[in-house]
Design a protein around this ligand. Structure first.
Ligand SMILES: NC(=O)C1=CN([C@@H]2O[C@H](COP(=O)(O)OP(=O)(O)OC[C@H]3O[C@@H](n4cnc5c(N)ncnc54)[C@H](OP(=O)(O)O)[C@@H]3O)[C@@H](O)[C@H]2O)C=CC1
Ligand SMILES: O=C1O[C@H](COP(=O)(O)O)[C@@H](O)[C@H](O)[C@H]1O
Length: 519
């Protein structure tokens, strides 16, 4: 085991995990594999049970076979042998239940008591809602009315995104959940917060003398956040066409990453102190006060037909379950400002889109240049220092610095030094959902979004959505699938004298890599 991976394993307290939506896509691709990984690593001991819940009928055996199939396909650990599998699978049971029928919840309570007794579980209950958002309210009411919240242990509600469609609907949803659960019992998932390198942002900032003193507008020229995807809308057109990139990626993942880069250091490492600082950063975002401000700073794109690696790609409007006249954005870019003492005047450029050339999530911190120095032959074209945080799929950081080119000419050349975390511990290790389920089971809420964060992010995003609604689609720009989005995105930075830095390790040719170079 490498240094990076050395840690003490503490099993979460025993609990029953209620997986609502157990026959769905998220459970199959993410949740079953995450539970298996936690079990393999000893983070789930033997005192747990998983109850799969959905309407369609399944026997326990069929359910366990589904779980096995999902693990074989998606889990980073493999099932070793039949005996070990049987032991793990014996913790899984299935119950057919319609969320709208309270009687089913009473029966679930009876089953829960049997499971508590069978596995020695002290009445702790974790409800994971992998369901369409309109079911979050009804399921909460029926959990309460069906007597599911009256056991001796704790109750926790884990809910998937999207948390509402706008601020108003999010408020309504929150009001429903608050009738049943206290804020500290609600764990709102943003899976980006479960990613290793997103969590690493705080560590890099606050534990390095190299970075901490420079983390402000005196030394940072701009910040660039890219969340690019090569996939199109795939089979999720029904959901995505109503959502678009703004609601699907910006309101949650992008705002969370931005708040972690911009936040002040918390005075204590307590979840509430950290979340207080994040919400303060979100509150400092300069709101777009008019349609003109949105038009000048925000780019809204949609992919049209294009190609990638010689393969033709269809346009968004030709995708299944998408309105052929859709004005939904599959691309978003913006220049935003955090109007506080630390960040005044520093542009944050953010972009996300589907059908872009590479799958990558990266943050680039571009530092201001040093004053002109007469000693250097090429002093007028020194490259700025960069700190690049690679979040996904490759994890790690690299910094770009300037060094003397060997020889007598006093020429300065850019060199990069890299810490490649993926090279040490593998790609996407551990998966975000593992960390988040484990945290929820331990009552650790730092990497879940608190209501005021969600509300603040919606109020920022709603102004953009309002402006777009008013312009009736006029601001939508098409970009060929497989390209880097509408051309205007480059102009947004050029106006300020900047450009997007290459992502996905596509560093410029003239950079020398001190540690092997990007993978
Ligand atoms: N899939 C993904 O990658 C991601 C999903 N999410 C979010 O996770 C949630 C679930 O998504 P996903 O798994 O893709 O959705 P699916 O449509 O694949 O699954 C929905 C699940 O809900 C169950 N269900 C629907 N209605 C009822 C009902 N009345 N009573 C009981 N169960 C019901 C369905 O089972 P049955 O029909 O048998 O009742 C099914 O198991 C959504 O909020 C989504 O936004 C978030 C990020 C990524
Ligand atoms: O939440 C979502 O995230 C995924 C991208 O997640 P990543 O971990 O693969 O970067 C995105 O494809 C999806 O549309 C969105 O709902």
């Amino acid at each position: 085991m490498t240094e990076v991976n050395k840690h003490e394993t503490i099993a979460a307290e025993g609990a029953v995990y209620y997986l609502f939506g157990a026959t769905g896509d998220l459970a199959r691709r993410k949740l079953f594999p995450a539970l298996f990984s936690l079990y393999k690593e000893g983070k789930l001991a033997e005192d747990f049970a998983v109850v799969g819940l959905a309407r369609r009928p399944r026997t326990n055996e069929q359910f366990r076979a589904d779980v096995h199939e999902s693990i074989a396909e998606f889990c980073r650990y493999k099932v070793e042998d039949a005996e070990k599998w049987e032991r793990f699978a014996s913790h899984f049971v299935y119950m057919s239940l319609d969320i709208n029928n309270v009687d089913g919840f009473r029966e679930l309570d009876r089953l829960s008591k049997e499971l508590d007794a069978q596995f020695g579980i002290p009445g702790n209950r974790l409800f994971y809602l992998a369901l369409a958002p309109e079911l979050f309210g009804p399921v909460s009411f029926n959990l309460r009315d069906g007597g599911m919240l009256d056991s001796h242990g704790w109750n926790r509600l884990v809910i998937e995104k999207p948390f509402g469609y706008d601020l108003e609907s999010a408020r309504k949803l929150n009001a429903q959940l608050s009738q049943v659960f206290k804020e500290e019992e609600i764990y709102r998932i943003d899976h980006y917060l479960g990613k290793e390198m997103v969590q690493n942002i705080e560590v890099l900032r606050f534990s390095n003398a190299f970075f901490e003193p420079l983390w402000n507008n005196k030394h940072i020229a701009n910040v660039q956040i890219t969340l690019s995807e090569t996939v199109g809308v795939e089979e999720r057109g029904g959901y995505y066409d109503k959502s678009g990139a703004l609601r699907d990626m910006v309101q949650n993942h992008m705002m969370q990453m931005l708040s972690m880069i911009a936040m002040e250091p918390p005075s204590r490492l307590h979840p509430e102190d950290i979340r207080d600082e994040k919400v303060k950063a979100l509150r400092s975002l300069r709101p777009f006060e008019s349609g003109e401000a949105v038009a000048a700073n925000v780019i809204r794109g949609q992919y049209s037909e294009g190609e990638s690696k010689g393969k033709p790609l269809t346009g968004y409007r030709q995708e299944d379950s998408v309105n052929p006249q859709s004005a939904t954005e599959t691309y978003f870019a913006a220049r935003v400002f955090v109007d506080n003492f630390r960040w005044a005047g520093v542009p944050f450029y953010i972009r996300t889109g589907k059908r872009l050339p590479v799958k990558t999530t990266e943050v680039v911190i571009e530092f201001k240049n040093v004053p002109d120095n007469i000693l250097f032959a090429n002093r007028h074209d020194l490259a700025p220092n960069l700190l690049v945080i690679r979040v996904n799929p490759m994890e790690g950081i690299y910094i770009k610095i300037n060094a003397k080119k060997p020889g007598v000419d006093n020429v300065v050349q850019p060199v990069s030094m890299e810490f490649c975390q993926s090279c040490q511990v593998g790609i996407n290790t551990p998966e975000a959902y593992e960390r988040l389920i484990y945290d929820a089971a331990r009552g650790e809420s730092t990497y879940f979004t608190r209501w005021d964060e969600v509300a603040q992010a919606w109020s920022f995003v709603d102004r953009i959505a309002d402006a777009w609604r008013e312009d009736g689609g006029a601001s939508l720009q098409l970009y060929p699938a497989g390209s880097w989005g509408p051309e205007r995105t480059d102009k947004l930075l050029a106006q300020d004298g900047f450009h997007w830095w290459p992502v996905n390790g596509q560093a410029e040719d003239n950079v020398i890599w001190i540690s092997g170079g990007p993978k």
